[in-house]
Design a protein around this ligand. Structure first.
Ligand SMILES: O=C(O)[C@H](O)COP(=O)(O)O
Length: 345
């Protein structure tokens, strides 16, 4: 039974390691990394197989134990791999998914689909809160749908990011648009994050339901029928898209355009919609058409995946910086956060 899989903050994960004021040294094949954790619990995704040696707290030495296996499955390195193969398998990237904040038609309980409506004030606040929760997670590229509610969510969230890079929507809709939106400073480019807008990530097209009130529609056609249109995998609303049809464009786009970025080590955020993201999560989590029926995404809640060794590892929803300080950071994410701390202090 798949429920809203992302609402348990990572802190509820079965295992994490308490690393208070710890020095954390572990050796990789090509480098050694020294991380200092200041008073927050870290889920490290470590396993003895990853060369984890020991972490030294100020008060003693704690060995990683089997009971401390993390949510992230250790990546096994098959023997006799080429360096490239090994690098590919060892490259890690963060993937953040976020459904847009509340829209004006969400507030009116209208079917929205591909109608392009903006966020409510509450939706703006949700986007800003989401930004706080991902403010320490690296973002190198942003993908949004072509709809303003997703684009507003991405831009508002990034106002909270500690790295302070500027998200810039790329305009490639024509040669002139590409030419007229060029940036002629390499330094400025380095301080920017490209934002790619793609209609393939749009919300599913709700056909003749778009603009109708959800409750009135249920009263008219029956609750079961409307639930079937809204949540089934292969039953479309009248002259609209089923989730399966939405997946055919959204997941194809993810595989063709976004997955290669992750494979190259780029950290990606996708700001999209309830159903286009349900179809992508179905692919990432290998959900069945039955399981996906129960998958619900709230507005404005960021979800973190780690892409490593060609696999997607679900990490839940990042806790806010003010929350109990439980971060399910991988080593790489913890190092990124530490560098931000050093850069900003
Ligand atoms: O398009 C819409 O109406 C909403 O974004 C999602 O609607 P749903 O929750 O009915 O799929």
């Amino acid at each position: 039974m798949v429920t809203s899989v992302f609402h348990q903050p990572i802190g509820t994960a079965q295992s994490h390691q308490h690393l208070q004021n710890s020095d954390f040294r572990h050796e990789f094949g090509h480098a050694s990394v020294k991380l200092t954790f200041k008073g927050f619990k870290v889920e490290t995704g470590l396993s003895s197989r990853e060369g984890f040696s020991s972490c030294r707290r100020k008060f003693g030495v704690v060995q990683a134990s089997a009971s401390h296996t993390s949510v992230a499955q250790p990546v096994s390195y098959p023997p006799n791999n080429s360096t490239d193969e090994l690098r590919k398998k060892s490259s890690e990237a963060a993937l953040i998914l976020i459904r847009h904040g509340e829209s004006l038609w969400n507030e009116k309980n209208l079917f929205t689909g591909c109608v392009d409506v903006p966020l409510t004030k509450k939706g703006v606040e949700e986007a800003i809160e989401a930004g706080k929760r991902i403010s320490n997670i690296p973002v190198d590229m942003i993908y949004t749908s072509a709809l303003i509610r997703a684009q507003m969510t991405a831009m508002l969230a990034m106002t909270q990011h500690r790295r302070k890079k500027v998200p810039i929507i790329l305009h490639n809709e024509s040669e002139q648009a590409r030419e007229w939106s060029q940036i002629f400073s390499e330094d400025t480019k380095k301080q920017s994050i490209p934002v790619v807008t793609a209609w393939q990530l749009n919300e599913r097209m709700y056909g003749e339901l778009q603009g109708l009130n959800k409750q009135e529609t249920a009263d008219r056609f029956g609750k079961e029928k409307v639930h079937e249109w809204r949540r089934s995998y292969d039953i479309p609303p009248p002259n609209g898209e089923s989730l399966e049809m939405c997946a055919e464009r959204a997941v194809a786009y993810f595989k063709d355009h976004i997955e290669p970025q992750l494979l190259s080590g780029k950290n990606v955020m996708i700001a999209a919609h309830g159903n286009s993201l349900r179809s992508i999560i179905m692919y990432l989590d290998k959900l069945t058409s039955q399981e996906v029926i129960n998958l619900e995404l709230s507005t404005g809640i960021p979800m973190l995946y780690i892409f490593k060794g060609g696999k997607f590892i679900r990490r839940g929803s990042p806790a806010g910086p003010t929350e109990a300080g439980v971060y399910a950071y991988t080593r790489r994410l913890a190092l990124y956060r530490q560098k931000l701390d050093e850069m900003l202090h």
